[in-house]
Design a protein around this ligand. Structure first.
Ligand SMILES: CC(C)(COP(=O)(O)OP(=O)(O)OC[C@H]1O[C@@H](n2cnc3c(N)ncnc32)[C@H](O)[C@@H]1OP(=O)(O)O)[C@@H](O)C(=O)NCCC(=O)NCCS
Length: 173
């Protein structure tokens, strides 16, 4: 494989990130968006300077091939020590370790920021995403039945969670 660089996303990466996301919208249930999103879909996330908010990209041979991000789980102050994460890999680059590289970087940043717990919502089925989350220390903590409807069928979502290794049960955000 060409050289892989994992780095913080910049505004210049927004169109490629949206293109990768739009593949997932059109062809997977990984996201419950159903219409293509504009080039600036991730602008606010990339611009955020709040600790615990990160957007990272994996560049292969000079082009962004995947991205992952962490941001607000729910917009209420008591959730401030929690972040939700997500990851999308261009369909031509899946299964080559990019998801894992990005999540290793993202989780390391979240641990360094002292984020208490990381949540991920995985629409079913998605064995690749579940393997990725398991590899990074996430645990499956529950499943919501038939909360999405896409491509003519109801879709379950599995909830996965990873606690900060040092602060489980203690430590204010
Ligand atoms: C899910 C996704 C992010 C995984 O990224 P990836 O770069 O393809 O995965 P990696 O090559 O880094 O592999 C990560 C782990 O998943 C496993 N894996 C990869 N593809 C798999 C598959 N199709 N089935 C089962 N396991 C798989 C790998 O073996 C690896 O586990 P290991 O490290 O224990 O060996 C990627 O496939 C993707 O973007 N899919 C569409 C969007 C999506 O589902 N995003 C997640 C939303 S929750």
């Amino acid at each position: 494989m060409s050289e892989v660089v994992v780095r913080t996303a910049t505004a210049a990466d927004l169109p490629r990130m949206s293109a990768i996301y739009n593949q997932a919208i059109e062809r997977t249930t990984a996201t419950f968006d159903v219409e293509p999103r504009p080039d600036d879909n991730y602008a606010a996330r990339v611009a955020s300077t709040r600790p615990g908010d990160h957007v990272v990209v994996a560049q292969v041979g000079g082009e962004v091939a995947a991205y992952a991000f962490s941001n607000t789980y729910r917009p209420r102050p008591a959730y401030d020590g929690t972040r939700e994460v997500s990851v999308y890999v261009d369909e031509d680059h899946r299964g080559r370790g990019l998801g894992r590289l990005l999540y290793e970087e993202l989780v390391a940043r979240l641990d360094a920021d002292g984020v208490h717990t990381i949540v991920s919502v995985i629409a079913q089925p998605n064995p690749a995403s579940e393997a990725l989350h398991r590899a990074l220390g996430f645990e499956h903590v529950g499943t919501l039945a038939e909360v999405g409807f896409k491509f003519g069928r109801w879709v379950d979502t599995a909830l996965w969670q990873r606690m900060h290794p040092d602060v489980r049960g203690g430590g204010a955000p």
